[in-house]
Unconditional design. Structure first.
Lengths: 308, 437
């Protein structure tokens, strides 16, 4: 089975409010899956259903080919967006408690905690109380607790919030490492640059409906606008601009260069290839800049949600 | 995976290790006993003060009844005017002056007796004087009428009615008092326990919500399990605290009594004194014997079994509601609105218990309230020492268990939805909607 998680036609209503409407997603094994959507779209509800915190009204969720059941609790690690720890409990005791709730034995939990605490350089905190730690420090403890029982599926909701750039990087590297040793990660965030950087697949949920899903690269290809950002050194800019406007769809561009070039966004069409454009340009001047405009996740997000 | 023991253990340990819990556990009985000791000491101080009362008896018929006692001394003044007597009384700083006017017929004395003092005299002193004089005058009157006072005194007959049921069970007044004490204690204990530890459960649920750990926990544990774990863990902590209180309290009480020679029994209020007096009529060892037999006359096994069952049922019933309240709100100030409807039946139960059960343990009101599940734990516990038919106990218990299961189900529903709801305080209407989610 290549897919670890299959959510099929899940719907959930709260009273008259429809939180999820017939949503299906497929999370490939060993991937990092970005679950995106505006605030209040239904992401958290979907995540809670996967975690068996709430039950769907209809539809099924299959983990590793089996319908979700109580035994799957130990296969899932969940770091909710709204997170916290018992303030007056000691770090070590608390981590032990949460690890045991996930089904780890006492000695095993202890050994793994020691390993992780040393790895993240938080070994000295074992006997500290949570209320003595800063927010970022508590987040680290939480991260450890989430991954400790080596679940097949990890769900991170805004995992980097509250971290400084150094620690955010540290956590990012850990997430990638855990993925590399076989875990699958669902990653929900509003920080598009981290989606760009980490995710292999994404799904976009808006107003309780899934409106987009697939491999990130495929989606980008799909949203490709065949537009190139170009810079040409020429003696008569206006003449060239006029010539280009007749042949292609052009709009002014704005980017930084060293010389005073003609800067344009040029869209190719009608069977033209990038090469056609490049040859045309090089016949009229010195091409100093030639870049295909790839839609960012941010653009795709905004565009899809606005069109929806 | 059954996490219940794990949750119970955590709840218990967190509660027991909590600093304020430890302080309260140790300090409460100390403060309580210290308070009793102080009150007792002050009362004793008051009692130890010896009053001296000057008596000017111009009639000459009453003076010889004023024999000094431990706490009151009398100074008999003779052959002087009222003004002189007042001056003497004032200069010698006596408590007051009792003046009995001269009269030829002692029958006329009743309205001519005055008491002069700096401050208004205590009620006890006045009634003591009145009793003494009245007795003397009554005796004199009887003698005058040619009646032998000793004969009257010897003719008095004391009655102690032995109450017996048709089945042949004997009861006495001692029995009734003991039964009241037992029932009252059991009912009151349950009442206190629910209020103190119900609140503790509620706070601990709110704490989980405000610290936002709830979602992490709830992704590994079923809400019902978490709720039950909390209730049981907190109850165990509560029982620990109660037992420690009893032990420390007992030891301290014994110590204080020995050290200061204070008899805590002195502190009983007047009502209890009346009961005490009815008990004190027979000889002391007879009295002790009475209490012992009364004690063994109580349906002890029934009492213990019923206490455990009703205590558990009642406590779980209410504490699950407390847990639901904790889940429904975000902070403690919002809880008031929901606590009131829970407290009402509880307070009602205690009032019914105190006023109706004492009056008539088998009257309609008592019986009805001992069946209603929200009041039955308290009222039934108060009734049982008086002997309640087994079928009534069982029916009430079954009703209690059924309601308890319903409230746990109900609370779990609210709990399940409520713990993940933040922000606005929910209305009752919304709570009902949650149940359908």
């Amino acid at each position: 089975m290549s897919n670890l998680l299959e959510v099929q036609s899940v719907s959930k209503n709260f009273g008259t409010f429809k939180a999820l409407n017939n949503v299906s997603i497929t999370v490939p094994r060993g991937s990092i899956f970005g679950l995106l959507g505006p605030n209040g779209a239904g992401k958290t509800t979907l995540i809670r259903i996967i975690n068996q915190i709430t039950m769907p009204d209809s539809g099924t969720v299959r983990l590793d080919g089996e319908e979700l059941c109580k035994d799957h609790i130990k296969d899932i690690g969940y770091l909710p967006e709204e997170r916290g720890l018992y303030k007056s409990m000691k770090v070590g005791e608390q981590a032990m408690y949460l690890a045991q709730l996930k089904g780890l034995g006492k000695s095993e939990a202890k050994a793994r905690l020691k390993y992780w605490f040393e790895r993240l350089e938080i070994g000295d905190w074992w006997n500290k109380k949570i209320q003595e730690l800063s927010k970022g420090m508590a987040q680290k403890v939480q991260f450890v607790v989430t991954v400790l029982h080596q679940p097949k599926l990890l769900i991170f909701d805004e995992p980097f919030s509250g971290f400084d750039p150094i620690n955010a990087n540290l956590i990012k590297d850990e997430i990638l490492r855990i993925r590399d040793i076989g875990a699958t990660v669902i990653f929900s965030t509003h920080r598009m640059e981290s989606v760009e950087e980490l995710c292999d697949d994404i799904a976009l949920i808006n107003k309780s409906n899934k409106i987009l899903e697939g491999r990130l690269l495929d989606i980008k290809r799909q949203y490709k606008i065949n537009t190139f950002e170009v810079g040409i050194e020429t003696e008569n800019k206006e003449k060239l601009h006029g010539l280009l406007s007749e042949r292609f769809e052009v709009s002014p561009a704005n980017f930084k260069t060293l010389n005073d070039e003609l800067k344009l966004n040029i869209k190719i069409q009608n069977g033209d290839t990038p090469n056609t454009l490049f040859h045309y340009l090089s016949n009229h001047g010195e091409v100093s800049h030639f870049v295909e405009l790839i839609p960012s996740v941010n653009d795709i997000f905004i565009q899809t949600v606005m069109n929806n | 995976m059954n996490h219940l023991p794990l949750i119970i253990k955590r709840e218990y340990l967190t509660k027991v290790r909590n600093k304020s819990f430890v302080v309260m556990t140790i300090l409460s009985p100390v403060i309580f006993i210290a308070l009793i000791a102080v009150v007792a000491y002050i009362t004793q101080l008051n009692n130890d003060k010896v009053h001296t009362i000057s008596v000017l008896d111009e009639s000459g018929v009453v003076a010889d009844v004023f024999k000094g006692s431990e706490k009151t001394k009398y100074e008999i003044l003779e052959n002087m005017s009222l003004e002189d007597a007042k001056n003497i009384t004032r200069t010698s700083e006596n408590y007051g002056l009792l003046h009995i006017q001269k009269s030829d017929h002692f029958e006329d004395l009743s309205n001519t007796i005055n008491f002069y003092s700096e401050e208004s005299p205590s009620l006890r002193v006045v009634s003591d004087l009145e009793n003494k004089i009245a007795k003397q005058l009554t005796d004199l009157k009887l003698i005058q009428e040619g009646i032998d006072v000793d004969l009257i005194n010897n003719s008095k007959i004391k009655i102690d009615i032995v109450q017996e049921s048709f089945e042949g069970e004997k009861t006495s007044k001692t029995d009734s008092i003991l039964k009241l004490a037992f029932g009252g204690m059991a009912g009151y204990l349950l009442f206190m326990f629910i209020i103190i530890y119900g609140n503790m459960i509620m706070r601990s649920v709110i704490e989980e919500k405000t610290s936002r750990i709830i979602e992490i926990i709830i992704s590994s544990v079923k809400p019902v399990q978490l709720m039950l774990g909390k209730i049981i863990g907190t109850s165990l902590a509560g029982i620990t605290q109660f037992v420690i209180w009893l032990i420390i309290g007992g030891v301290l009480m014994a110590l204080v009594s020995v050290l200061f020679g204070i008899d805590p029994g002195q502190l009983q209020n007047s009502q209890q004194e009346v009961l005490q007096q009815t008990l004190e009529q027979p000889e002391l060892n007879v009295q002790v014997q009475n209490i012992m037999t009364s004690f063994f006359n109580l349906p002890i096994i029934n009492l213990i079994v019923a206490f455990v069952l009703y205590f558990l049922g009642g406590y779980l019933l209410y504490s699950s509601l407390y847990a639901a309240i904790g889940a429904a709100v975000d902070n403690e100030t919002d809880t008031q609105q929901f606590i009131l409807p829970i407290l009402m039946p509880l307070i009602l139960a205690v009032y019914v218990g105190i006023f109706t059960v004492i009056e008539d343990p088998h009257g309609t009101v008592s019986v009805v309230f001992s069946f209603i599940p929200f009041t039955s734990p308290v009222v039934m516990l108060m009734r049982i020492p008086f002997g309640v038919p087994l079928w009534q106990q069982i029916v009430a218990l079954l009703l209690l268990i059924a309601t308890f299961m319903f409230t746990v189900w109900f609370a779990a529903k609210i709990y399940r939805v409520g713990i993940l709801m933040y922000g606005k305080k929910p209305s009752y209407k919304e709570l009902i909607k949650w149940i359908k989610y």
